[in-house]
Design a binder for this molecule. Structure first.
Ligand SMILES: [Mn+2]
Length: 431
């Protein structure tokens, strides 16, 4: 595997932190042992954690007002992969990349797959894009794509999704994520039921093109760009469509795609209960689909989501494997720094959820000991598992402190010199 960051630098940085990490690890280990937990087991568990990085997240995002490009942004999918390789090399938690087509459409799919492999990466779910018009495209998605009243527009959108599956097969992916911005901006603009019927008809064609070992993830989103009625606006609609389509169709939960104050962990529990939890787009939000860094606003919510995932894993066993992906827009930070930090925050919630004594919690719930049950979750959430995360990274060959190591490497300066800014060069989006 090619190391993008000099392996010697990583080793030096780790050596500098070694004594401090050992001391912190032993201290935490003692505390956890008194709670009946083995720190080495938890570290081994942390080492199994993986979350996919979105290819579009490697570039600077933007809002509908402006986009302020960053230095050394990747200009094509190969440069995006190189940045993703840095993230995985230092965190050891992001072995796969979720590409977006046509933004990342390769001229040679096998070359793309081999390049990823050489960088120690593979491909996770592929994402289709029928929420914007592409150059040279015959039909416009201005009034919808999979739900369009025009059969020609629907056919073009279906064909694009099937092409995404074909490229996905060639690069080793096993899932297609479909998000459409389709909907209405005015009451009366379209027939609410008719739009969903057309969506299902289109999705049936896409579903029929799925290889046997593939899944299609339906991503819902409350609003934007349709500000009155989004066709796939909520988990109920997503669940109904996934059920209608068949066993390969599952629901994808993007943490930012809900009304404020929605109990997302309960949605997770419901979808897991009925076998329809396909995966996640992790990010954080304060007001809407803010696409802020995971765990930056409401880390307790992230923990509660993982608490439900731990419960589901215990009930369902090995078969329970939702896909984890980050989906963030980085407007004011270095995307590599944000993605490394976010992968760590999701991994933190995963490890914290493993601290919960589920048998004891079940007993407290049985006896209606409300306060102690709540404290059981809080105790896990309050535990700073940073030494476990750092040790997991070191034991997996990563960096004890990815951010410090990345900054010491000078990677951004190096690629800034190699990748001069070109207007509109980076295909970054907010999905
Ligand atoms: Mn998303």
């Amino acid at each position: 595997m090619t190391s993008v960051i000099d392996a010697g630098l990583v080793a030096d940085q780790n050596a500098r932190l070694d004594a401090q990490l050992q001391a912190d690890y032993e201290g935490l280990g003692g505390m956890l042992a008194r709670r009946g937990l083995d720190i080495d087991q938890l570290t081994a568990l942390a080492q199994t954690f993986a979350v996919a990085v979105p290819s579009w997240g490697a570039g600077t995002g933007g809002t509908r007002f402006a986009r302020f490009p960053g230095r050394g942004e990747p200009r094509n999918v190969f440069e995006k992969l190189e940045d993703c390789a840095v993230i995985h090399q230092l965190t050891r938690a992001t072995p796969s990349v979720s590409p977006h087509f046509p933004w990342d459409k390769p001229t040679d799919a096998s070359e793309l797959r081999e390049t990823a492999k050489a960088l120690g990466l593979s491909f996770d779910a592929v994402n289709s894009n029928t929420f914007q018009d592409q150059q040279g495209q015959e039909q416009s998605y201005k009034f919808g794509s999979l739900t369009s009243t025009s059969a020609a527009v629907r056919a073009q959108a279906v064909a694009h999704n099937i092409e995404c599956i074909e490229i996905g097969r060639a690069i080793g992916s096993q899932a297609l994520t479909v998000w459409v911005g389709d909907g209405a901006n005015f009451p009366g603009q379209h027939n609410l039921r008719g739009a969903l019927e057309r969506y299902l008809d289109s999705m049936r064609e896409i579903y029929a093109a799925l290889p046997g070992d593939w899944n299609v993830f339906i991503e819902h989103k409350l609003f934007e760009p349709a500000f009155y009625a989004t066709t796939i606006a909520d988990w109920g609609t997503s669940f109904a469509c996934a059920t209608e389509l068949g066993p390969k169709a599952k629901c994808l939960v993007d943490l930012g795609h809900h009304a404020p104050n929605t109990n997302i962990e309960m949605i997770v529990a419901r979808l897991a209960q009925f076998g329809k939890l396909g995966g996640f787009h992790f990010n954080d939000s304060k007001y809407g689909d803010d696409d802020l860094d995971s765990g930056s606003i409401n880390p307790f919510q992230l923990f509660l989501v993982f608490n439900e995932l731990a419960d589901a894993a215990r009930r369902e066993g090995e078969a329970f494997k939702p896909a984890y992906m980050l989906d963030q827009s980085h407007n004011v930070t270095d995307p590599i720094e944000s993605l490394m930090s976010s992968a760590g925050e999701v991994q933190r919630a995963f490890v914290q959820s493993a601290l919960v004594d589920r048998a004891a919690l079940a007993g407290l719930q049985e006896r209606n000991d409300v306060l102690e049950a709540a404290q059981t979750l809080k105790r896990a959430f309050r535990t700073d598992v940073s030494p476990i995360l750092a040790m997991a990274r070191v034991r997996s060959g990563g960096a004890a402190d990815p951010l410090a190591c990345y900054r010491a490497s000078g990677y951004r300066d190096r690629v800034a010199a190699l990748r001069p800014v070109r207007a509109g060069a980076s295909s970054s989006g907010i999905v």
